[in-house]
Design a protein around this ligand. Sequence first.
Ligand code: GDP
Length: 366
Amino acid sequence: MDEAYWCEGCGVELQTENPDRPGYVPPAALKREHVICKRCFRIRHYNEVTPMEADPDEVLSMLREIGEKEALVVQVVDLFDFTGSWIPGIQRHTGGNPILILGNKLDLFPKSAKVQRLKEWVYRSAKELGVKPAEVVLTSAAKGYRLDEVVEAIDKQRQGRDVYVVGTANVGKSTLINRLLKEFGDGEESITTSPYPGTTLDTIHIPLDDGKEIVDMPGILRRDRMSEWVDPKELKAIIPDQEIKPKVYQLNDGQTLFFGGLARMDYIEGERQPFVCSVANSLYIHRTKLEKAEEIWVKHRGELLIPPEEPDSLPPLRRHSFHLNGTQKQDLVISGLGWIATGKARGQVDLWVPEGVRVEIRPSIL
Ligand code: GDP
């Protein structure tokens, strides 16, 4: 191969020598018009993935390059997992460039959710993480919600500059870029999207009319989301793909909820109150008595309590204790899995999640 070619799916440089390295294509495939690498081919046609990740250090140094340019930074976040999908310290990497936040996966929220309220929530949360967004737009890349607003906001905020689209893996950045390709590009190409983290391996460039471009940066992996630990075959059970129907449990203290075999919530102390679970509709939730919880966990994990089918595939559970303040509804968030909204009563809750998975408590998003 004398000339350099790039995969239209994930942006990686193509090569014909080593089938086990990123960017492999059989030599004959190079003759095609829209060439994609073997990995993207398998994701698209067989829904299979070979784990191959963009190097995290390399991705961070690519981000740093943005800081040296005049550009608009578009940070895509997953509304379903806001802090878990945030790029830690993004403002340090991107210099003084304005940041437009696109909150994706709006379709997962109940139709009754107020978009303006959610937007304000995103503004506030971004500020707490050290970023004052130039603008916040909520969208659903998959369903095509509010794309006009997305396109308008990018056009307005970029003021003749290049646009860098950044995000952690799985926020739906590739899905969104495909939408933008249709809006800004000639509509011919498309890039690879999949439920597996880290599909885009290198930068992808979309030329704009004024000689500038939209640059899609590879996703940054965050190891502290539940979705990073679950076997790709079982991800469908935990990554929601349609409007979430929250499940309500009225609990007395001394009761436990299991979320498949992935996590557990013990209501240790407090008045009877509702716990509203926003997780993928297909995830099995099992209610039991706290005193029996350990026995049930040991006996049924991997059978009744799934995923995971292989309990040893996850790190052991670690306990995190939370105090419910008794003044407002709060969300107990398990990164990459969802959240449990509490009632307004004071109380004490223990969350058990695999070691390394992030949990937090926040004022209720809904
Ligand atoms: P990337 O890793 O950020 O490039 O993410 P992808 O575009 O590959 O999408 C990751 C997963 O999120 C896939 O399973 C997508 O189908 C899903 N996804 C992307 N956009 C949306 C959306 O607007 N709503 C929902 N519910 N899922 C989405």
